[in-house]
Design a protein around this ligand. Structure first.
Ligand SMILES: [Zn+2]
Length: 130
């Protein structure tokens, strides 16, 4: 997948997921991973300005489908961003130890929800379609 194709797919998925009120910049990283440790995507969000940066590793042996799934994965995290913010605000009412436990559990639940939604979208809207 080229950076231009990635940008085109970003526009498609941003529309499908109803994220058009966000300004999303997508960055193609031409290595196999972002960090050499198996990280294929990253999302950086500014909820105040509704701006987000999505980084997607496209290099190495990664297929177009894998690149698109990574893009969609990060956009699904953006879709759930409001829940994450609410969770963080609730956590502020907890003690330090409970905050850390709640934070770790949230990250795991968020990741499972995103992957569940991504698998559903594989079926409903296969990567590369439309
Ligand atoms: Zn994730």
């Amino acid at each position: 997948m080229t950076p231009a194709q990635l940008l085109k797919r970003k526009r498609y998925w941003q529309k499908v997921l109803g994220l058009e009120h966000w300004s999303v910049c997508v960055h193609a990283v031409l290595d196999e991973t972002l960090d050499g440790e198996g990280t294929f995507g990253r999302l950086v969000v500014n909820g105040t300005t509704l701006e987000a940066d999505v980084y997607v590793a496209l290099g190495g042996e990664r297929t177009d489908e894998q690149g698109e799934r990574t893009l969609r994965h990060e956009l699904l995290h953006l879709l759930l961003h409001d829940l994450t913010v609410e969770h963080r605000q609730v956590c502020e009412c907890l003690g330090t130890e409970a905050q850390e436990l709640a934070r770790r559990r949230w990250l795991a639940v968020d990741e499972r929800a995103v992957e569940h939604l991504n698998r559903m979208l594989d079926v409903v809207c296969p990567a590369g379609g439309a």
